[in-house]
Design a protein around this ligand. Structure first.
Ligand SMILES: [Zn+2]
Ligand SMILES: [Zn+2]
Length: 244
């Protein structure tokens, strides 16, 4: 199994990076984690065959994690997608998706897709299986608007991938990422403490309790990107592939 960072940027394109979108593929799985506004061109740059993506997991309804869906769906329609697609995310996802589609491409939410499309709500700490992918969402803390906010613990092909989503430090990240083969964690700032986002210094305190086998930092501001050379951690880059 492998995970490609199609996009690992923040909402503001810091470092010229694309919005959040990770692509996981293996012998029997093919899914995306988040689909931010710039994800369709980023997927095309990586040469990813969109027709084979079976599932898109959405962590929350901020544009840099979710606003790529209208483009993805429209492109799928025009490219005559044939494979069924499941989009799963926090409570309210169906309404949010329709609203985003209407704002960006009027009437597009009323289009009958040529392919089977299911939109599924996920509840915190309720494990769901989608084919060979098992997903457990955990509630995280990321402000007042754009939620509910979910971190994901994802099991597939005998491996565990955890993604913090956007969040300030919250204890739910421990069960979400405990002993994971790969923990992808937001590290927005180095040591500045802000509401709604995680700084590396805060995360560091908890890494022992999380005990992930591998940590990769993502969703970094210019503050973090400017320090990467000197940090003893792996950090994501757009296009980077990790074997699992
Ligand atoms: Zn974000
Ligand atoms: Zn966000």
């Amino acid at each position: 199994m492998q995970l490609q960072f199609v996009g690992c940027g923040d909402a503001f394109g810091s470092g010229g990076r694309s919005n959040t979108c990770f692509h996981v593929t293996g012998g029997a799985v093919n899914f995306l984690i988040d689909c931010g506004a710039s994800s369709l061109p980023a997927l095309k740059r990586c040469g990813i065959v969109r027709n084979e993506i079976e599932l898109i997991l959405i962590t929350h309804f901020h544009g840099d994690h979710f606003a790529g869906l209208p483009f993805f769906l429209l492109d799928a329609q025009f490219c005559r997608r044939s494979q069924p697609l499941i989009i799963a995310g926090p409570r309210g996802i169906e309404t949010k998706l329709k609203a985003a589609m209407e704002v960006m491409f009027e009437h597009s939410s009323r289009t009958q897709q040529r392919f089977e499309l299911s939109v599924v709500e996920l509840a915190p700490e309720e494990t769901r299986a989608f084919g060979n992918v098992t997903v457990t969402p955990y509630p995280v803390v990321h402000g007042e608007s754009g939620g509910p906010f979910l971190a994901y613990r994802i099991e597939a092909e005998g491996r565990v991938i955890s993604y913090s989503a956007d969040t300030e430090w919250t204890e739910t990240l421990i069960p979400a990422a405990h002993d994971a083969d790969l923990f992808i964690a937001e590290a927005y700032y180095y040591d500045k403490i802000v509401k709604n986002h995680l700084s590396l210094k805060t995360l560091e305190v908890h890494l022992g309790a999380i005990n992930a086998k591998r940590l990769i930092l993502t969703h970094m501001s210019d503050d973090m990107l400017g320090r990467l050379d000197k940090l003893p951690y792996f950090a994501a880059r757009d296009g980077m592939i990790v074997e699992l």
